[in-house]
Design a binder for this molecule. Sequence first.
Ligand SMILES: Nc1ncnc2c1ncn2[C@@H]1O[C@H](COP(=O)(O)OP(=O)(O)OP(=O)(O)O)[C@@H](O)[C@H]1O
Ligand SMILES: [Mg+2]
Length: 263
Amino acid sequence: MTNIEQKAVNPLAVRISDLSVAYGSNTVLNGIDLDVAKGQVLCLIGRSGCGKSTLLRTMNGLAKANSGSIDILGRRMDKDTNFDDLRTSVGMVFQSYNLFPHMRVIDNVAVGPRKVLKRSKQEARDIARKQLEHVGLAEKADHWPSQLSGGQQQRVAIARSLAMNPQLLLLDEVTAALDPETVGSVLAVIRGLAKDGMTMVLVTHEMSFAYEVSDLVAYLEGGKVIEIGSAKELLTQPNDDRTRKFLTRTLPAAAIPPLEVPK
Ligand SMILES: Nc1ncnc2c1ncn2[C@@H]1O[C@H](COP(=O)(O)OP(=O)(O)OP(=O)(O)O)[C@@H](O)[C@H]1O
Ligand SMILES: [Mg+2]
């Protein structure tokens, strides 16, 4: 069995069935079915406005389903769901990293373990140091966020999520706001997480990165999953004309080889 096949038989981290989401009269997601097994990396692709962020946000309760069901880490999301609890096991990182400007880097990462997980001050700082090391920023622990580059701040935001020991990580275009030269360091962190078996659902416009890091890629259009398959199949031999059309327009970017990553 290949590594990809092996992950596919793991228990499910995400099961979405016939999910619909509407904002007023605007139906944004319309009958989505999606399974992600533990350890898998799923990448959502599609045109601007097709509902990628909304779909990601349903997985931690930031967007509400109108119908259908969402099971996350074996639990059905419903009116009794404790979203604070859910969000300790489902981390989310956005394009805008939103660090607290008045807190040093280490405290930005330690605040979750301290306040939410109720760890002691020392334990929380130890966790934070470990995660800052994980993203290659141990030496920036005592800096202020404003003293860091965009890429470094985004890596702190990832460390902040990891400090909560999430079982599922949702990443929404985390490199979109970065200078090209700092993108590589953030992608390297995500690549490392994928290798370590972190379950992730990510939205990216970096097709070459999606190809490299994902087990599965889903193409969304008109509020539906048009096609889902292995990264290799979907990105190089899509079955559906709509997927092919989308890729033909975006693939020149995919021809760029993945960036070399500074250690
Ligand atoms: N909070 C909201 N209230 C009302 N409409 C919303 C809200 N969030 C998203 N939408 C609408 O839902 C649709 C899908 O938006 P979404 O942000 O999920 O798209 P996307 O695929 O992530 O796009 P992009 O690639 O530009 O980030 C859009 O038409 C958007 O205007
Ligand atoms: Mg979006």
